[in-house]
Unconditional design. Structure first.
Length: 316
């Protein structure tokens, strides 16, 4: 009972800042402290979210943006994780040679490479996925290398003494040992990629949250601009929370030892809980990719009409 009370107080303390901000957001325009045309009340913004959902295909555009980020992240992971493990463990001398080049490439603004991506992949989804992959690649590669290099040498020597195959060494020793760094790279990559993708969609796209935000910003429809900004922030938080859940599911043994969160739970039961969490996360990811793919196809089908439905009505 006492623990629940402490948790409730901690939650209310953390939520108080957000609640204060929302109250100020609602009250300032209504009291005349700011122009309501520049900053609409929060309740008006919430109403605009429902209007976007029902009239302007908010779900479709959100799924399109999220699909681009997830596919870009998966492509970057397919390259960065094996390459980072190989360079961090086997080819360390090559790593020292390539490290300056990696640092330079990691600092290149992806927008400056947009013409190159367009030449190689065209103006469709390929160029957008190339940008997403580029943004996710470098933080993931850097953290994978760093994680592999911090794996306990005793574990590696023990695996060698047991004549462990290179594949088992990679999946049973190096990858679990580097997992905290790997998830750090995933989170950094997702955050950078998500907001970079929104900016990219504002410059050249016919679907996505960035495209929708740019359209309403062009017509100075303030409630929907703030509504879309709020949706973008919440979607970014959701993606980060999913990654955190996946990390906890795949590192249940670490929490059992270091934090005691699974104290009193048998190792077998902890394993099954972690396995269920991982399966749930994978199912969520697969469902997101499937639904996102359908929405991308639908968005491309209707892309001949570049103006959202409600702006047509507004200008009639």
């Amino acid at each position: 009972m006492e623990e629940r009370k402490i948790n409730l107080e901690y939650f209310l303390l953390r939520a108080s800042g957000i609640l204060l901000l929302l109250l100020l957001w609602e009250g300032a325009p209504r009291l005349g402290w700011v122009d309501a045309k520049v900053l609409p009340p929060f309740s008006t913004v919430v109403g605009a979210i429902f209007e976007l959902w029902h009239k302007d295909h908010l779900f479709r555009n959100a799924m399109v943006s999220l699909w681009r980020v997830v596919i870009g992240l998966m492509l970057a992971s397919a390259v960065a994780i094996p390459l980072g493990m190989a360079l961090g463990y086997r080819f360390t001398s090559l790593l020292h040679t390539l490290n300056p080049l990696f640092r330079i490439l990691g600092q290149v603004n992806p927008f400056s490479l947009t013409p190159v991506f367009l030449m190689f992949f065209g103006i469709g989804e390929g160029a957008k996925l190339a940008i997403a992959t580029w943004v996710c690649l470098w933080p993931l590669l850097h953290n994978t290398v760093l994680g592999v290099q911090t794996v306990d040498a005793v574990l590696i020597k023990t695996a060698h003494s047991m004549k462990t195959s290179p594949l088992d060494l990679a999946f049973k020793v190096l990858l679990p040992g580097a997992a905290p760094f790997l998830f750090t790279g995933l989170r950094i990559g997702v955050q950078m990629c998500f907001f970079m993708m929104i900016a990219g969609e504002m410059l050249g796209a016919t679907a996505g949250l960035g495209w929708l935000l740019h359209t309403y910003g062009h017509y100075f429809i303030a409630p929907k601009v703030y509504a879309l900004g709020l949706c973008i922030v919440l979607l970014g938080v959701f993606v980060n929370q999913v990654l955190g859940f996946l990390e906890k599911s795949l590192s249940f043994w670490k929490e059992s030892v270091e934090t005691g969160r699974t104290a009193g739970i048998s190792t077998r039961k902890a394993f099954h809980l972690g396995k269920r969490g991982a399966a749930l996360a994978v199912s969520l990811l697969a469902g997101l990719i499937f639904v996102g793919s359908l929405q991308v196809v639908e968005a491309n089908r209707v892309s001949r009409d570049p103006m959202p439905h409600s702006t047509h009505q507004m200008h009639k």
